[in-house]
Design a protein around this ligand. Sequence first.
Ligand SMILES: NC(=O)C1=CN([C@@H]2O[C@H](COP(=O)(O)OP(=O)(O)OC[C@H]3O[C@@H](n4cnc5c(N)ncnc54)[C@H](OP(=O)(O)O)[C@@H]3O)[C@@H](O)[C@H]2O)C=CC1
Ligand SMILES: N[C@@H](CC(=O)OP(=O)(O)O)C(=O)O
Length: 352
Amino acid sequence: MPSHNVGILGATGAVGQKFIRLLENHPWFTISKLGASQRSAGKKYTNAVHWIEKTELPRQAADIEVSECIPDHFQDVDFVFSGLDSSVAGDIEQQFAEAGIPVISNAKNYRMHDQVPLLVPEVNPDHAKLIKKQSFTDDGSGWIVTNPNCVSVPLSMSLKPLAAAFGIESVIVTSMQSVSGAGYPGVSSLDIIGNVVPHIGGEEPKVQTESTKVLGNLADDIIDFNDFTIQATAVRVPTIEGHLLSVAVKLNNTPSSIQKAEQAFTEWDNPISDLDLPSSPDNPIRLYQKERYPQPRLHADREGGMQTAVGRLREGTVMDLGYVTMAHNTIRGAAGGAILNAELLVAKEYIK
Ligand SMILES: NC(=O)C1=CN([C@@H]2O[C@H](COP(=O)(O)OP(=O)(O)OC[C@H]3O[C@@H](n4cnc5c(N)ncnc54)[C@H](OP(=O)(O)O)[C@@H]3O)[C@@H](O)[C@H]2O)C=CC1
Ligand SMILES: N[C@@H](CC(=O)OP(=O)(O)O)C(=O)O
């Protein structure tokens, strides 16, 4: 696979740092530009960033001079990843796409746009075709692809096998979200230590819509959203990484036994397994049988933080099934998910 030069917008943020760590020694992508706000521009990355990753700041990134997020400064990259703050991501990402620089974004701004794929490679790889409908540039060179919110990722991944086997009518989900989801410095320690905060601003509407787009059907260049309904409650809990979701689901066709529901997970075929993408987990969904699993501290890092865990699968009393699911919010739910999207788009030759 040819090597690609990439830029990172929002490189100094919590998600930007995760991009830098995950791209160290990436076989296809080399970081050549880093962008952040005026506050950081002109400084060496090592002096601009407050590094919060457990691993050493990669040498190659440490010495890069941070640029403002202006397309002219990024002319030598093949595409950019965006971990920008959503208050600025909309305008900046549009400017890059209009300048003919593809944007693989983790921000929420374009997720629900008609022509923007909301991609989870194992769930809706075909939605990438929407790229060709975008009109940021006359020649189609600039476009935007997004990944879903860090709750919508494990929700979509875990619903996919059930949707394929039984169809989904409705979902009730409660997400127990780790503090890293709020970035750095994030939630005040006085609010979260020894406590649970039963509200995360703006989160529930995203969770209630994004997975119906991800699980929608693309026909004639239009996504027909899946018609299941979702009721979401988003809660901040004092874990550090890994969002754990409690899910209850009503299906169109009730499985005849819990074993049939288990089979939906264990026999589900990963549609991109043949592509051998560098960040692709061997087992994108792991079904745990132990009643006390999955747990954020024990399992969020499995398969490089790219695996979605499912457990406590059981018959429901009000709905058909209950289960829990969990994924690493800043890897699978953010930077790692965006990198997997980029790998898919290289393999499918949207990025040349
Ligand atoms: N944390 C998480 O788990 C997840 C986060 N996200 C999303 O990812 C994005 C980033 O989140 P996070 O990393 O936590 O946020 P941070 O606040 O940690 O980082 C924001 C980044 O945006 C840059 N920035 C801010 N203002 C400007 C500006 N005017 N021009 C250019 N760059 C600017 C900052 O640069 P500087 O340092 O110079 O200020 C910094 O690099 C958000 O959209 C968030 O919603 C999505 C999923 C999960
Ligand atoms: N709101 C999420 C993180 C986030 O920034 O989500 P989004 O990418 O949808 O804005 C959390 O707190 O865990």
